[in-house]
Design a protein around this ligand. Sequence first.
Ligand SMILES: NC(=O)c1ccc[n+]([C@@H]2O[C@H](COP(=O)([O-])OP(=O)(O)OC[C@H]3O[C@@H](n4cnc5c(N)ncnc54)[C@H](OP(=O)(O)O)[C@@H]3O)[C@@H](O)[C@H]2O)c1
Length: 265
Amino acid sequence: MTENNNKTVLVTGATSGIGYELAKLFAENGYNIVHVARNGEKMKEIGDDLIMAHNIKVTNIVKDLAEPNAAKEVYEEVRSKGIVVDILVNNVGAGVFGKFSDTDLDEELGTIRLNIDTLVIFTKLFLKDMIARNEGKILQLASMVSKAPTPMQAVYAGTKAFIYIFSQSIINELKGTNVTVTLLRPGATDTDFFREAGAEDIKIHQPDQLADPAKVAKDGFEALMRGDTTVVSGIKNNIQDKLSNLLPDEVIASQMAKMNERVEK
Ligand SMILES: NC(=O)c1ccc[n+]([C@@H]2O[C@H](COP(=O)([O-])OP(=O)(O)OC[C@H]3O[C@@H](n4cnc5c(N)ncnc54)[C@H](OP(=O)(O)O)[C@@H]3O)[C@@H](O)[C@H]2O)c1
C-alpha cells in the first residue's frame, strides 16, 4: 500500500489523457488529490479507483473551467474545506481547429478563458499561498506549439505561447524562493484532444506520430519534482525544438501548416 505523504496536488482535467496519467502518478507517490473537471461521474469512478489502490484522499470538484468565475470559486471551495494545495497542475486545455476566418468566435473565446484566464487565476491565487509558506510547485501544460506559429490552430497556439512566456517570466521572479514553476511541452499525444478539437484526421494525428500520454506525464512529473523550469517530452520533439530555434517563424508556420493538413481518405 502507498504511504500517504500528507501533501495535496490540485489537478485540472484528469478525467482523460495527460491529466489522468499525472493523477495516477501523484496517487502512486502518496499525494492526496483535488480533481477539477466537468464529468462528475467519470471523476468519481477515477477517484474511487485511486482511493482503493493507494492510501490517499480524493476531493472531486465538478466545474466548467471555461466559465468566467469558475477558477475563483474552486479556490474558495478548496480554502473553505481547509485544504492546503502543495502542488498545482494546470493541465486543462482545449483547442478549436480550422482557419481563423472560419472558426467560431465564441468557441475561441471559451478556449482563451479555459487555457489562459483559468490558468492565470489559479496560478495567482495558489502561488500567493505558496510564497507565504515559501514552499510549493506548479506544473503548467504548455506545448511544442508554444514556440511555433500554427496555422489552423491559431488561437490554441496563441494560448500556449502565452502560457510559455507568462510562466518563464514568473520563474525568473521566483528565483531565491522554494517555489518552482515547471513548463511541460508535449508534442502531439494520443489523447481525446484532437477529437474534441475536430482534428482527428490531420497529418500530425496519425498513430505513428503520437506520444503516449503516460510517458508525457512521467516526463512532466519528474521535471516538476526536480524543480526544472521546462521539459520538452520526447527525443524527436527535443531535436525539433532545437532546430526550430534556428529557423525563421515563417518557415516554421509553413511546416506546421503541412502537418495540420487533413489526410485525404
Ligand atoms: N494531446 C496533445 O497532443 C497535447 C499536446 C501538447 C499539449 N497538450 C496539452 O495537454 C493538456 C491536456 O490535454 P489532453 O491531450 O490530455 O486533453 P484531453 O484528453 O482532451 O483531456 C482534457 C481534460 O480537460 C478536461 N476539460 C476539458 N474542458 C474542460 C472545461 N471546460 N472545464 C473543466 N475541465 C475541462 C476534460 O474533462 P471533462 O470533459 O470531464 O471536463 C479532460 O479531463 C492540455 O492543456 C493540452 O493543451 C496536449
